[in-house]
Design a protein around this ligand. Sequence first.
Ligand SMILES: Nc1nc2c(ncn2[C@@H]2O[C@H](COP(=O)(O)OP(=O)(O)OP(=O)(O)O)[C@@H](O)[C@H]2O)c(=O)[nH]1
Ligand SMILES: [Mg+2]
Length: 635
Amino acid sequence: MTSAPAINQPKAAQTDPDAQPIEAALVGAPNCGKTALFNAMTGATQKVGNYSGVTVERKVGVATTPAGRKFALIDLPGTHSLRARSPDEEVTRDVLLGQRPGERVPDMILAVGDATNLRGALRLVSELKKIGLPIVMILNMIDIARHRGLQIDHVALSEELGIPVIPATAVRRGGLDELWSAVDPMLEAGLDAPQQSSWAVPSTHDMRVSMREAERLVKTHVIQPPEPDTASAKIDRVVLHPIAGPIILLAILFVMFQAVFSWAAPFMDAIDWAFTSVGAAVTQLLPDGLIQSFIADGLIAGIGSVIIFLPQILFTFLFILLLEDFGYMARAAFLMDRIMGRAGLNGRAFIPLLSSFACAIPGIMAARVIDNKRDRLTTILVAPLMTCSARIPVYTLIIAAFIPNTKVLGGLSLQGLVMFGLYAAGVFSVLAVAFVARYLFAREERSAPLMLDLPDYKTPILRNIALGLYQRARVFLRRAGTVIFWAMVVIWFLSTFPMAPEGATEPAINYSFAAIIGHFVAPILHPLGFDWHIAVALVPGMAAREVAVAGLATVYAVGGENGLIHTLSDQWSLGTALALLAWYIFAPQCISTLAVIRREAGSAKWMWVAVVYMFALAYLAAFATYQISALLGAG
Ligand SMILES: Nc1nc2c(ncn2[C@@H]2O[C@H](COP(=O)(O)OP(=O)(O)OP(=O)(O)O)[C@@H](O)[C@H]2O)c(=O)[nH]1
Ligand SMILES: [Mg+2]
């Protein structure tokens, strides 16, 4: 076959420099404050946290200089070198080298360095300079450096490096003016054309040479404090103690669950009161009939039964976010490393698993920080077993209905204790499944020891916490308004039609589609102690876990009059309740999580592995729980 000669288009005609906005990339070590700076420059609200690996994806925002010039700012995962070792670091490398399909090389680099760890930052800058792009260096966390008595001569450093060096405190927007005054003239004059990149994967020797050079720069331009900072080291001596450490960790988690239960209660009562009042008002205002039933029993009762859990979710995250921003969570990872290693999990899996307390989706994505492929896959597959916040409504409802609100063991709330137990069961099952997987598939291999940078402790920043809480609340409420809303509409429809025939003796719902479907599925669930009402709630509960609660509210509100809690404690045996809790520890009832597993694991096969093993465990656990309860007389 002959092919026509290709016609060379003149390059200049295609790439008009004015047509594309300038792109600047934030590059720096993990946890040096890139995202904090990104938020400060763009007004965005991306997550920051005091541990490495918070950002695992490329995020773009628009920054506007005081002179009104706009440019695109790219926030990137942290990396110590462009020798990318893990998928998140590869993102950074590929963006900088223009290796991402359909994307060009950025026009400039904003190299963010942690002023308290200048050596590493300078080493990375020497590597970045090889790429040939214009660079501005930001010495972030200058507040901490000054507090410790470090004196950095940034002017001399800038002269020697040949690039602007700007001290900054990203979380308080400190140094932003100076940064703008460095960037604005560069943008105005037009950025220098990029030079030919001379970057090549550095060898160990190269790394050593650049490290020595960075050390020399630090010696020349930094006056070290007469006494090194010891506060973090002092706290760590206690907190990382081999015996005291784990006890402190357990105690913290324990206090957290106790506090969450008692503090959230009044807020939950208030929300309950509000929804009940609105429901009652609607029932009064609207004439009896379908519309009244749809609004009062379907929408208000259903959505209210989910929204009521907002206070608990927010209090749980208040604790987690405070501990994260303080710097304790990285220590918890360190403490857990040995236990996790025994179970066959990589130490770096701790943060992904911790994020899964919020939701498995960010957790599974955070597994990108794990460089070993197999370890990463294991983490992805076990992350959905961690107790995510969508389980909180289900757990709380069942606990409220079946666990007496009493104090045991000298003042501990029994309900809080059961909740703690459910969280512990989640963690334990993660370890057990990972252990079995390791035993079955990779017995001889050992996990690499954890190489974790322990950040210095910091006073938590209120804004970070508020932002984190706001985002949790938004995600939760948005789900209530979308997935749960539509699921409610479907459940209401199914449980209302067809309507009961004239002169029917049983409750109307017993004649509905819901009952038909429920009766169809019920035999499979019968050995678990689940009746057809539960089956009706579980089927749409596949979309999202909380839907089951809303589903129960509708299924029972249509059939009966009592509050959901009373209805459940009337209708279910203790064995059924416990079996449903056991089911919820394991069941993969969240379509979005499955979709993310498929994407992150790179094939549908692993998604199905997750579905099958989680359903199998859920069924077995619920079966065993119910049957044992029945033997003990609680069936
Ligand atoms: N005191 C102080 N804390 C800061 C400063 N900048 C960031 N922080 C804190 O440092 C921690 C890390 O900030 P992030 O912005 O998440 O860091 P990052 O570089 O994006 O981290 P990765 O995404 O994990 O690579 C957070 O707890 C911030 O609140 C600063 O200038 N001063
Ligand atoms: Mg970040």
